[in-house]
Write a new protein. Structure first.
Length: 566
């Protein structure tokens, strides 16, 4: 392909009829004042879209337009240009052609980038036009650290000698060095995990290999494998970062530390577990720069959200959020606290662990080693004159009873409980030893929730329900089996068909009739009354509504329904 000529974007947009000459003059004046690119000025002012600009350039210059969100990228092309080089030149290698290298550029008239590309790759360069936002997203999506991680693991393996003392000596010698193999390996693992939106990193020593896996959208994916000799060095380095005892390998340990990756603060909770072949390490990743979610943005149905807002606006009472580990309970509770966090209220939490720092909220960490339990902390918290109290979990009868008493004496109390659904939660409290009258009087509402994977918005396609799915819908009284979707799988979702997760909710509000039923000696009377009150508004029904809206698949809806029935 011939070397491109310098282009004037404004003239092309006027020629294509996308903007007028007057609009161009105003945009050029703003460009001169702000220093931003002309295209960015026009997009930020909502005068034209990025795609319209890209297609206009494509048409006028006779170049192909490529949508990087759905277009496959050749791994061989990626190897010709590093991520730092691609970002610096604002290009994306797409495909190795017989006659050269096809690259995507948002600014196809960038002559410096063209010349530098040809020099770096020693290839004839062929240009396709892409949007700038797609270009930035493609860097994060396609430039994975898999090979880099494997390379650092091999380098670390070679630097270690056999024997525990040599590993200790090696780590001591490398302490504080950012170029140490173990430091670079850990950094690459975290960067890759953040890039693919992993919630957890699993480091698992096995007999003949070390396996590193990521949990993405609730599902574990293998990331890389290494020699088992690397496991000890990784474990010791992570323990040092967490302030744990590196000499203790027989007992589990828990810790946490903070790191910053690409300008984003990351809070890491670490758990070690002694196994047959070494210490298994699991790290929960919490990105702490996103701020608190608003209740309106957590996915609760509008009618349920309106009632829930009224309930949490009450001055006292107990509100419980239930669901298994990893179902998003903390997000719901923190969003609830955010709506109540004001200068005229005192909010105190007792948690294990404290997951996010909440400005303006007094947060207490449970510590069983010094007998700082939920119940002990809660008794002290109530002497601190709080208006709102969050108890991380009601684990025992004492904590439950103190929480109920607080709810009866002028405090709004939030907590969690592990139950399958909202209807069984009051019965579970009574089974734990809480008096029936306290449950009936203090409990205001129970939220039960699960997380479902969302269909990738780049590759949806129609889905015809299979027999198990139609049978499940029939059990819910449904007879319309049309209008459902699934993800076909594309580069944007790593060919899984899913990208991201969302919550499914059900809510049981304690009405006077339900309060009377809770006081009855036979728990079946309450369960029957609760299920009548929630008819058509259960987790299963709400999951089906999300599937019918094209937000998740029927397979996901059936799965969380089965979880609720366990």
């Amino acid at each position: 392909m011939a070397r491109p000529e310098k282009i004037r974007l404004g003239d092309i947009l006027v020629k294509e009829g996308l903007i007028s000459a007057a609009v161009l003059d105003a945009a050029l004046a703003e460009q001169k004042r702000s220093g931003r690119r002309l295209g960015r000025v026009l997009v930020d002012s909502q005068l034209v879209t990025e795609e319209a600009i890209a297609r206009a350039l494509s048409h006028q210059l006779g170049l192909p337009f490529i949508d990087l969100k759905i277009s496959p990228v050749d791994p061989a092309a990626l190897k010709l240009l590093s991520e730092s080089q691609a970002r610096r030149l604002r290009v994306m290698p797409i495909k190795v052609l017989p006659q050269g290298l096809l690259v995507g550029m948002a600014d196809p008239g960038d002559l410096f980038a063209y010349d530098e590309l040809a020099r770096l790759t020693q290839q004839e360069i062929h240009i396709a036009v892409v949007t700038e936002s797609d270009l930035l997203g493609a860097y994060d999506h396609h430039y994975r650290h898999t090979e880099e991680i494997s390379g650092f693991a091999r380098e670390l393996e070679q630097s270690l000698k056999v024997g525990e003392e040599s590993v200790l000596d090696a780590l001591a010698a490398e302490a504080g060095s950012p170029d140490a193999p173990v430091v670079r390996l850990i950094q690459s693992v975290f960067e890759d995990a953040l890039q693919v939106r992993a919630s957890d990193i699993h480091i698992e020593p096995q007999e003949k290999r070390l396996v590193i896996r990521f949990r993405i959208d609730g599902v574990l994916h293998s990331q890389t494998e290494a020699e088992p000799t690397v496991a000890q060095a990784l474990s010791m380095r992570l323990k040092i970062m967490s302030g744990l005892d590196i000499s203790e390998k027989r007992l589990p340990q828990d810790g946490r530390f903070q790191i910053t990756l690409k300008g984003r603060p990351l809070d890491v909770r670490l758990s070690t577990l002694p196994t047959q072949y070494g210490e298994s390490i699991v790290m929960r990743l919490l990105v702490t720069d996103g701020g608190l979610l608003d209740l309106a943005k957590i996915g609760m149905p509008d009618a349920m959200l309106a009632r829930y807002r009224e309930i949490v606006a009450r001055p006292n009472g107990l509100v419980l959020v239930t669901g298994p580990t990893g179902s998003g309970k903390t997000t719901t509770l923190y969003a609830s606290l955010a709506t109540l966090n004001s200068v005229d209220r005192k909010l105190i939490t007792v948690e294990d662990p404290v997951e996010y720092r909440l400005p303006g909220v007094m947060q207490v960490q449970v510590n069983d080693k010094i007998d700082m339990s939920f119940s002990r902390a809660l008794r002290s918290i109530l002497r601190q004159d709080p208006d709102v109290v969050l108890v991380g979990e009601m684990r025992d009868a004492e904590t439950a009873q103190i929480g109920l008493r607080a709810a009866l004496t002028g405090h709004l109390v939030f907590s969690t409980l592990h139950t399958n659904d909202a209807a069984s939660t009051p019965v579970r409290l009574i089974d734990m030893g809480a008096p029936r009258f306290m449950v009936a009087t203090a409990l205001q509402a129970v939220i039960a929730q699960r997380l479902v994977r969302q269909i990738c918005w780049h590759c949806p396609r129609p889905h015809i329900p299979v027999a198990t799915e139609t049978g499940w819908m029939e059990s819910l009284g449904e007879s319309d089996f049309s209008g459902f979707s699934e993800g076909a799988g594309c580069p944007h979702c790593n060919h899984t068909g899913y990208r991201g997760r969302m919550a499914v909710y059900e809510m049981l509000e304690m009405t006077p009739d339900l309060a009377r039923a809770a006081n009855h000696a036979d728990p079946r009377e309450f369960l029957e009354a609760a299920r009548r009150a929630m008819a058509g508004k259960t987790l299963a029904h709400n999951a089906l509504a999300l599937a019918r809206a094209g937000k998740t698949t029927l397979a996901e809806a059936v799965k969380i329904s089965n979880q609720a029935d366990d």
